[in-house]
Design a protein around this ligand. Structure first.
Ligand code: DO4
Ligand code: MG
Length: 297
């Protein structure tokens, strides 16, 4: 969809765009879209100081109406943290037959980190997020998304949606990868707000879900309720795993729509973080092939 200035955060941010059939990265600042000499992969190989310098040397301006908005991700892997808020701990303990693992990880020194998506799969603002065809209970998870460079330094923030199957994870925590990683399960956007332009520590996060235009869930929380520091979580992600083009990290959810809510095709999910912007996506069902791998017992 063409970029509308009101879709973009008011703070300076990096925006993924398609312009004249080419994908790239631009800087949104002072109401203008400026082309950059480097893509996101190139910028994230730099130190924060060098990246800040690189953002000063801009090329031509682009007309937002002639650009399509894309997710702010190139070859970055997307990882996610779990059970970083009391609300998430409670929700997991309710849904799971193995509630103890969630209670333990909430207060353990080592956080829960799991792989979520390859950068090219990330859905942007206005795109379709998925629920699995073989899952009976599905929720969007609104989360602060943190972008780090190759050195693990936090350089930007965005809104993230960790679409999840609660029925699959609830059946057995070992099914987490299937509950979390499937087509269209990750959305990030609308853009990457530069970390030195915004303080997210006490920011409000809200999620509104509508069905046929009517609200079916409305929730608000504060990022200050997170029991772990986002920069420390990113540090653990980078600790034994080189990420030469940086990474996105979803930092966990504090807003869990209670049963009987389950996401359905056509639901519109609106996630907003103060200072970071608004990410809106419509839910679609990701078809399941019917494949099985039953044990020969
Ligand atoms: O432990 C499972 C996943 C938790 C999660 O995604 C969250 O807390 O946001
Ligand atoms: Mg999550």
């Amino acid at each position: 969809m063409p970029i509308l200035p009101e879709d973009l955060p008011s703070k300076p941010c990096l925006v993924g765009v398609e312009h004249d059939g080419r994908r790239g990265l631009v800087l949104w600042s002072g109401g203008r879209l400026a082309q950059l000499a480097s893509g996101l992969d190139g910028l994230l190989r730099l130190t924060t100081a060098d990246m800040r310098n690189a953002l000063q040397s801009r090329a031509d301006e682009l007309d937002p109406a002639r650009c399509e908005l894309l997710a702010p991700a190139e070859s970055q892997e997307v990882w996610a943290a779990g059970v970083t808020y009391l609300r998430s701990r409670a929700a997991r303990m309710e849904e799971s037959s193995e509630s103890d693992v969630y209670a333990r990880v909430y207060e353990a020194e080592r956080p829960e980190l799991f792989f979520k998506a390859a950068g090219w799969r990330v859905v942007g603002h206005g795109g379709k997020v998925g629920v699995r065809g073989d899952s009976t209970w599905n929720v969007p998870e609104p989360e602060l998304a943190v972008l780090t460079n190759s050195r693990g330094e936090v350089v930007a923030y965005a809104c993230g949606n960790d679409m999840s199957s609660r029925s699959i994870e609830g059946e057995n925590p070992l099914y987490l990868p299937q509950a979390k990683v499937y087509d269209r399960s990750c959305a990030i956007g609308p853009a990457a707000v530069l970390a030195w332009e915004v303080d997210t520590s006490g920011a409000a996060i809200t999620m509104r879900i509508t069905r046929g235009g009517a609200p079916v869930f409305d929730g608000a929380a504060s990022l200050s309720d997170m029991v772990r520091d986002p920069a420390e979580l990113s540090g653990v992600l980078h600790s034994a795993y080189p990420l030469p083009a940086g990474a996105w990290l979803l930092t966990g959810t504090s807003l869990v729509p209670p049963p009987p809510y389950t996401a359905e095709a056509g639901d519109v999910v609106n996630i907003e973080i103060e200072g970071v912007g608004r990410l809106v996506n419509t839910v679609a069902v990701v078809p399941h092939s019917g494949a099985r791998a039953r044990p020969r017992l």
